[in-house]
Design a protein around this ligand. Structure first.
Ligand SMILES: COc1ccc([C@@H]2N[C@@H](C)[C@@H](O)[C@H]2O)cc1
Length: 448
């Protein structure tokens, strides 16, 4: 191995209670809320189809002009308790909030910059209201924090000159101060999810990313940190130069998921995916007709896919400037929530089952309970189940409902019957299994 000063602090998964809770939560929601919600993808009469929270970049708006939007920031319909109720109803166990996105506008009254909610007509500490409301509903709060800050004069994409070094050093101190402020003002925060860390300036300062992880873990024992923060001595990100995951969970699956057959390596570490409902909109965009909008079942399939491979899924919401949510997002939350109310036991606290993926859907597992989450119904009316050597399927039943027939068809192969009535939505079959070492089987392989 290459000797590193700023590589992974730990090998293998964390198994402390805080990490176990992070893992058991499984389903989260992202809240992307900032000045970008005001223009909603349109600038000077032109609608930009790109991600709405990047409008400043698409329309090449100078920082000074962009920050003028602060004068219009007044979410009169914002009600943190309503937001928390909506999250509760959806069945999310945690919410990741953009404390500061690339635009540099802070949802909390930071004393290290003028670009905060305190200097808007709204005035109050939005982040504080959200943290309290979510926590009151028993929902964990995670902080999204963009290191890249387009509005800070000392931000640098790269550090090439002595002036760059001096400026960026001031920038890192500014960022340290903001992070300490967040950890001090909101000590119930359970996680920091860093973004905006891909530029050369950060890659050349891997030491600082290691310092941030250690600083936050000292201030908030048990807090989790995403791999995206981290760069090692050689600028390697997420995984250090020895291939070890940095931070507590991999955070590279953004709007994509590992392949259930080819990418089984991800089951060796913790990871969290995040997804948008349109093809690529995190912040509020006024026109969702510009790209495909996923149906609730398509969102649900991604949630189950992630859990089936030992990961978490965070579904994104981009609240409107007025503090209300668009109807598509309200309906999505209701729909996912209704399904989770019936079937959540195949998600919460579940993990990779270690069984061979089948075309009808995904397995998840909790201890000796294996769940089949069915998205695709075969014309054979049988759901093929292939178990690892020495594992037998004893019984199968629709969740909390009647059993379905299981027929052994070959060594470690079974036909599990489809339910008599078409469920009309993805459904879950709970398997009772027997894992006996040295099971004698009656099957003979052909001599070929
Ligand atoms: C250059 O590509 C991107 C794509 C997305 C992002 C941000 N990460 C997501 C979680 C959103 O915050 C998006 O703005 C940043 C850079």
């Amino acid at each position: 191995e290459i000797p590193l000063n700023y590589g992974a602090d730990r090998l293998g998964k964390r198994y402390d209670a805080d990490m176990q809770k992070f893992r058991d939560n499984r389903l989260g929601a992202f809240i992307h809320w900032g000045l970008y919600a005001i223009p909603g993808g349109e600038w000077n009469g032109k609608v930009y189809p790109g991600a709405a929270e990047w409008l400043k970049s698409w329309a090449k708006v100078p920082s000074g002009e962009w920050l003028e939007l602060m004068k219009q920031w007044n979410p009169t319909k914002f009600d943190a308790r309503k937001w928390a109720k909506m999250a509760k109803e959806m069945g999310v166990r945690y919410v990741k909030i953009t404390t500061k996105h690339h635009e540099g506008f802070c949802l909390w009254p930071s004393k290290y910059t003028e670009n905060t909610v305190a200097n808007t007509p709204y005035k109050k500490d939005l982040l504080g209201e959200m943290v309290k409301a979510y926590n009151d509903e028993g929902i964990d709060v995670h902080f999204y924090f963009s290191v890249m800050d387009w509005s800070h004069p000392d931000w640098r994409y790269d550090v090439k000159t002595p002036e760059d070094s001096a400026a960026f050093s001031r920038f890192l101190t500014f960022t340290d101060n903001q992070l300490k402020e967040l950890a001090t003002l909101y000590p119930t925060v359970k996680d920091f999810w860093f973004d905006g860390t891909w530029d050369a300036s950060i890659k050349k300062n891997g030491w600082w990313t290691s310092h941030v992880e250690r600083m936050l873990k000292e201030m908030l024992p048990g807090v989790t940190i995403n791999s995206r923060l981290r760069a090692d001595d050689y600028g390697k990100r997420h995984f250090d130069s020895n291939g070890h995951l940095m931070g507590d969970y991999e955070s590279g699956y953004e709007r994509r998921l590992p392949d259930p057959v080819k990418d089984l390596k991800v089951t060796r570490w913790d990871w969290e995916a995040c997804m948008t409902v349109p093809e690529n909109q995190w912040g509020y965009h006024k026109d969702w007709s510009l790209s495909y909008v996923k149906t609730p079942v398509e969102v649900l399939e991604r949630i189950v896919h992630a859990v089936s491979m030992g990961g978490n899924m965070v579904v994104n919401f981009g609240p409107q400037a007025d503090g209300d949510f668009r109807s598509e997002e309200k309906e999505l939350a209701k729909s996912i929530g209704a399904w989770m109310k019936k079937n959540g036991q195949c998600i919460y606290g579940c993990d990779y089952a270690g069984w061979e993926k089948q075309p009808w859907g995904y397995y998840t597992r909790k201890g000796s309970d294996v769940y089949m989450v069915v998205f695709n119904c075969p014309y054979s009316k049988h759901l093929t189940v292939k178990t690892p050597k020495g594992t037998q399927v004893v019984k199968a039943a629709l969740l909390n409902r009647k059993s379905v027939k299981v027929v052994e068809t070959a060594r470690n192969e079974y036909n599990v019957d489809m339910p008599a009535q078409e469920p009309g939505e993805p459904f879950v079959i709970k398997l009772q299994i027997k894992e006996a070492a040295g099971v004698v089987d009656k099957y003979r392989d052909a001599l070929t």
